[in-house]
Design a protein around this ligand. Structure first.
Ligand code: ADP
Ligand code: MG
Length: 385
């Protein structure tokens, strides 16, 4: 009989890890170093719910990986624990707006979680709003339900579906909103009529400094790695590299986990700094590959045209790019104007950069486009499809 194919892989005796889970970014640690101030602020507003008063709406801002989601979920658990002791009827519902992207979907999801059977499509907005509001008419042990809705990544929903959800929620008694956004300017999507009833309190999550990231990594590595496998410069290196990437704790954790995986691949029983450097390259590669593979076809062709011109060592102007792009797309091409949208999007994704070049007074200007990631990597990805 042959061995089960998983038997070998599951053998942890030669691994630097004792448990990989704590290094996964979905893991919610019991302790969030350097976020005490922010969590205490959330609690200061939410404590009202324990007296059966609807808390103020809150907004959390901060760049990716600054602990916004973790802090909100931590506060959620704490409040629910406290509510159980006080026998208050409080619900805190976490909604990720990348999963539920419209007002209808969010309200239907909330109704479902609160025990109302509503279809995921087909009803009018009015029907779903009425059903949602009806939930609050019931009392439990003489208490009304207080619902706190955490809307994580709210900018995605606002951009896609407008501010109708906020309008409905702010106009439902007993509902308090905690919005979480990666962008400071997400409120540009909210119209004045909704802003006036939102009256939220804002909490900022600053980027972590290297020493703070090191504290976070130390806690998680104790749970994840076997004793003595980490070289002493590994955590400082991961922290310094992630501090440069805008204080992103998720990136710091990814670096550490990937460094461990590379050590395992090498059958090394120690993780040294070199593995962190290699981890950085691997993560960057994966990120670029993912982005390129999920681009729409026409945009991939624009990128292919940029690649061709880069290899020919040409200075890439939008005019030249359009000519090459038309050759690449063999008749099935978009207009010249549309190309500028594609250039903008590729630049926002960090794949290319553009620089305006001026030909001197009155002679006009043009954009010079440059590839910002590894040429070979782009080539391999584009031609592997
Ligand atoms: P954001 O929502 O701001 O993008 P997350 O809350 O998802 O960031 O945090 C990213 C990762 O870093 C998660 O795995 C989270 O558990 C971890 N993390 C962030 N801040 C802390 C902290 N203060 N202590 C421990 N882990 C943290
Ligand atoms: Mg988050």
């Amino acid at each position: 009989m042959t061995d089960n194919i998983f038997a070998n892989l599951k053998d942890r005796s030669n691994s630097v890890f004792k448990n990989k889970k704590p290094l996964d970014h979905r893991f919610l640690p019991e302790n969030l170093p350097h976020r005490n101030e922010q969590i205490t602020l959330i609690a200061k507003y939410w404590v009202e719910a324990l007296d059966n008063v609807t808390p103020s709406d809150l907004t959390i801002y901060g760049k990716t990986g600054t602990g916004k989601t973790a802090a909100a979920k931590f506060a959620q658990q704490q409040l629910l624990e406290a509510a159980k002791e006080k026998k208050q009827y409080i619900r805190v519902e976490y909604i990720k707006c990348t999963d539920y992207t419209t007002e209808y979907q969010v309200l239907a999801q909330l109704c479902q979680r609160l025990g109302r059977d509503v279809p995921y499509r087909g009803w009018t907005k009015g029907e779903i709003i009425n059903t949602f509001r009806d939930i609050f008419k019931q009392e439990f042990n003489g208490n009304e339900l207080i619902l706190i809705v955490i809307l994580d990544e709210i900018d995605i929903l606002l951009e896609k579906d407008g501010d109708g959800l906020l309008y409905t929620l702010t106009r439902t008694d007993n509902v308090s909103i905690l919005s979480i956004s990666n962008f400071l300017d997400f409120k540009k999507f909210i119209k004045p009529r909704v802003m006036s009833s939102l009256r939220d309190k804002e909490i900022v999550f600053p980027p972590y400094r290297a020493d703070q990231l090191a504290d976070i990594l130390k806690e998680r590595s104790k749970m994840s790695f076997k004793d003595g496998v980490l070289d002493e410069d590994v955590i400082p290196l991961c922290s310094a590299m992630a501090a440069k990437e805008e204080g992103d704790a998720r990136y710091a954790l990814d670096l550490l986990r990937t460094a461990g995986e590379l050590a395992d691949n090498d059958k090394s029983d120690k993780i040294i700094g070199d593995y962190v450097i290699a981890a950085k390259n691997e993560i960057e590669h994966n990120k670029v590959t993912d982005i390129i593979l999920t681009l729409p076809t026409q945009q991939q062709r624009v990128l292919e045209a940029i690649l061709i011109l880069t290899k020919e060592k040409e200075e890439i102007t939008s005019g030249k790019l359009y000519e090459t792009y038309k050759e690449v797309s063999k008749g099935d091409s978009v207009t010249y104007r549309r190309i500028f949208d594609f250039i903008n999007e590729l630049e926002m994704l960090g794949i290319i950069s553009t620089n305006t070049k001026s030909f001197g007074r009155g002679k006009g200007r043009t954009n010079i486009i440059k590839l910002q990631c590894d040429e070979k990597l782009v080539e391999n990805t584009l031609y592997s499809m």
